[in-house]
Design a binder for this molecule. Structure first.
Ligand code: ADE
Length: 298
């Protein structure tokens, strides 16, 4: 393959796969090798400038470039970037299974086996992302994509924060609200602070959502959602759990794990290391990457 910079003319753009606040993702076929399918994220330059999002697109490109070097199976790979007069283009892995959120909506809830399978892959990927000094800051089921066989990949690093080498206080960044209301951590809402454990908070929200079908904190509007988060007002909190009629068919190990993750004080929240030792994962061999990264359907 020539190393000439690629351009939008090298691809046949097909249907839209999804869109975010300042970008749209399309399925695209490589004209040089029509068997090669990509997902191309197109960001309008005018829109980015008008909405002051220049910082975010730069972060996304730099973070994906940094993470792509290690070839972790749980991170969407960035292959090329280019631009024309109108747009910026990111050529990414195409994941035929689409968003985890769409699958959850279809299934209503995930079985315990599926919930564990997805959680294990998320924990393994998050641990890797954090080891590279990156906080994702917008983890949610829309930003988790599925391969053909049910393996997952985390995408959308537009809100990520990269801690700089040598900065010891790097795990406490001062941030303004970037993520999505339902998954945002209490420390961000209360103290404008974000750390690696803010991603763990979002993971806890996702585990709850896998087994119940809805995120733990959801109000009629963003403000009400925020109020619930800072009051830790969700169905499994110590004040609410006794009135909760919907616990019967959920493994208490899952409830206990979520309750140890959804803790207001970040330093008292379970770390990823501790999560891996949780009894719910007693059967998981975290060192066996082949079992962690096998699919669940064909
Ligand atoms: N939707 C958003 N990004 C996608 C991707 N990379 N592959 C498939 N669907 C997507």
């Amino acid at each position: 393959m020539s190393s000439r910079k690629r351009s939008p003319h090298d691809f046949i753009f097909k249907e839209e796969l999804g869109h975010g606040s300042y970008s749209t993702v399309y399925k695209a076929i490589d004209k040089r090798n029509t068997k090669r399918i990509f997902a191309i994220k197109v960001c309008s330059k005018a829109h980015i400038i008008k909405e002051s999002k220049v910082k975010y697109v730069t972060i996304e490109k730099n973070t994906l470039n940094l993470l792509a070097k290690a070839h972790h199976p749980g991170i969407v790979k960035l292959y090329y970037t280019f631009h024309d007069e109108e747009n910026l283009y990111y050529v990414l892995d195409y994941l035929p299974g689409g968003e985890l959120l769409s699958l959850l909506h279809k299934m209503k809830t995930f079985s315990e086996v599926w919930s564990k399978h997805f959680t294990v892959q998320l924990v393994d990927t998050l641990e890797f992302i954090h080891s590279q000094g990156v906080i994702h800051r917008d983890l949610k089921p829309e930003n988790v994509l599925l391969d053909r066989d049910g393996k997952l990949m985390i995408t959308d690093f537009g809100a990520a924060y990269t801690t700089t080498a040598g900065n010891n206080d790097a795990n406490k960044s001062s941030s303004s609200f970037v993520g999505t209301a339902e998954y945002v951590s209490p420390e961000l809402l209360l103290h404008n602070q974000c750390s690696f454990s803010s991603d763990v908070w979002a993971l806890g929200c996702m585990i709850f959502q896998f087994v119940t079908g809805s995120p733990p904190f959801r109000g009629e509007n963003e403000l009400k959602t925020f109020e619930k988060i800072v009051a830790l007002d969700y169905p499994w909190s110590s004040t609410n759990i006794h009135n909760n009629k919907f616990l019967n068919n959920i493994n208490p190990l899952i409830i206990n794990l979520v309750r140890k993750i959804l803790v207001l004080e970040p330093k008292d929240r379970l770390s990823l290391k501790k999560i891996k030792q949780d009894p719910w994962f007693a059967t998981v061999n975290w060192n066996d990457r082949n079992t962690i990264w096998k699919g669940i359907w064909q």
